[in-house]
Design a protein around this ligand. Structure first.
Ligand SMILES: [Zn+2]
Length: 468
């Protein structure tokens, strides 16, 4: 049997996940993600390294944009095969791809106007990378699969999706290959979550695999403890309520926003914080929260128990999920302490900017960050302690209390990845470390090799390996 693997994205960087598995004339693409790191964004415009129509099927690990965000381009260029993923992933990917297409269209229009004023043309003819219609053309191709059920892909090829514990619907995918009386398996970790996360189940145990592609986003560090999150949120809420201010939480729409609701609901039930109104003020987070409500079969034991007792972190007393911008603006007129969870998570756009304008100059209010803030973003400038920041075209003094809650990561750290791999009953033939910045991937590769003695490789962009 000849197995060919090509590393066409997220090789020594963290976005643009795209791996090709080719065996006996069948070509599979595992993920087809958008590059989001500034220095690699140009790659989104480059032609694919293969004719899109030559791909037989796409296997999608989860709905984050850096894993599914280039599907519309693939379909536009001629891919018409099935996209296998869990039902929750399909539902969330629709929301995320439509939002991405709208942003691509707005961006192209903005550039077209600017270039027209400047009397020049942009490098990509000022057309969007893909349109809303291109995104919509992907949806009929989604083929929902269930966790742990074998999915026949082609003659001799069967895939199995198991829980990755990263976001709702996320999967690690094992592709089983049977040719010429031999069998092999290739395991794709996708993005691997942490054990003991709220709401969704933990990453599932994998017992055997011949070849493994494993992510390494946090392959060079060890996270803080989750157990400290609830206590820290309680402290921030209590002190802000006492001061008479509001709590503004810039948050990511998928998973993080729902986790915040989970913790706040729990604190309210325990009476660890005073009753307060909580607004989820993000149309995308609101739509994704509906998907969470539709899929109770994906909940972990604690969450299932919780729901059985008539509680729901997505519908508790005091929670309001706002939809229209009128409802969003009305939040500013409320007196007394409220919590507003709004996107975007790094304050680069979205409704959170309006809430920052209304609160950042008030010493009694708190801006509570719950996720990573990339260099160059407004969120990063605020957590770095800048005293004056520009929001919606005006300079604002940072007088509010600034807090950062650690421990929320949706990615396993280096010890957690090694523990997960440690459930294998025998050594894999080879491990490929992907989805991490060069340093993190190299450092994790060396660490894993030292700990296990396995054959570990850190592939570079566009590397190709032939396995047997
Ligand atoms: Zn992800």
């Amino acid at each position: 049997m000849q197995i060919k693997l090509r590393f066409l994205g997220a090789a020594q960087n963290v976005t643009g996940s795209r791996h090709m598995l080719e065996v006996n004339g069948t070509r599979l693409l595992v993920d087809c993600g958008l590059y989001q790191e500034r220095q690699f964004k140009e790659r989104n415009w480059e032609p694919f390294d293969f004719p899109a129509s030559s791909i037989d099927a796409v296997l999608l690990t989860h709905a984050h944009l850096d894993h599914c965000g280039l599907l519309p381009k693939l379909v536009k260029e001629g891919f018409a095969g099935p996209v296998y993923c869990t039902a929750a992933t399909a539902e969330i990917a629709r929301i995320i791809l439509l939002d991405s297409a709208r942003l691509q269209e707005e961006d192209a229009e903005y550039k077209r106007k600017r270039h027209e004023r400047e009397g020049r043309k942009g490098p990509h003819g000022d057309v969007p990378l893909y349109t809303t219609a291109d995104a919509e053309a992907c949806f009929p191709l989604f083929k929902p699969v269930k966790y742990r059920q074998p999915v026949p892909i082609a003659d001799g090829i069967v895939a199995q999706f198991c829980e990755a514990g990263h976001v709702l619907g996320s999967a690690v995918i094992k592709v089983g290959l049977q040719f010429d009386g031999e069998s092999r398996s290739v395991l794709f970790s996708g993005d691997l979550g942490r054990p003991d996360g709220p709401i969704i189940r933990d990453p599932s145990v994998v017992e055997d695999a011949d070849y493994i592609l494993v992510e390494s986003t946090y392959g060079d560090r060890v996270h803080g403890k989750r157990a400290e999150i609830a206590g820290k949120i309680a402290q921030v809420v209590n002190e802000t309520a006492q001061a008479g201010g509001n709590i503004v939480v810039p948050s990511f729409a998928l998973e993080r926003s729902q986790e915040i609701l989970y913790y706040v609901n729990e604190l309210l039930l325990e009476k660890a914080i005073p009753p307060l109104m909580v607004f989820l003020d993000s149309p995308m987070a609101g739509a994704i929260t509906k998907v969470f409500r539709h899929h109770p079969e994906l909940y972990d034991k604690e969450m299932t128990e919780f729901m059985r007792n008539g509680q729901s972190p997505f519908a508790f007393h005091g929670l309001k999920i706002t939809e229209t911008s009128k409802e969003s603006k009305a939040i500013n007129t409320i007196r007394g302490t409220i919590m507003v969870i709004a996107g975007s998570g790094m304050c680069t756009g979205g409704r959170v900017k309006h809430h920052l304008v209304n609160n950042i100059e008030r010493p009694e209010s708190t801006v509570m960050f719950v996720g990573y803030q990339a260099i160059g973003t407004l969120g990063r400038r605020i957590v770095d302690g800048e005293k004056e920041v520009r929001i919606l075209g005006e300079n604002r003094q940072v007088r509010a209390r600034i807090e950062q809650i650690h421990g929320f990561s949706a990615h396993a750290d280096k010890e957690e990845i090694v523990t997960w791999l440690g459930t294998l009953k025998k050594a894999p033939r080879r491990v490929f470390v992907v989805h991490g910045e060069a340093e993190s991937a190299q450092s994790f590769g060396a660490y894993l090799q030292e700990k296990t003695g396995w054959n570990v490789m850190v592939p570079a962009f566009k590397d190709e390996v032939v396995l047997d």
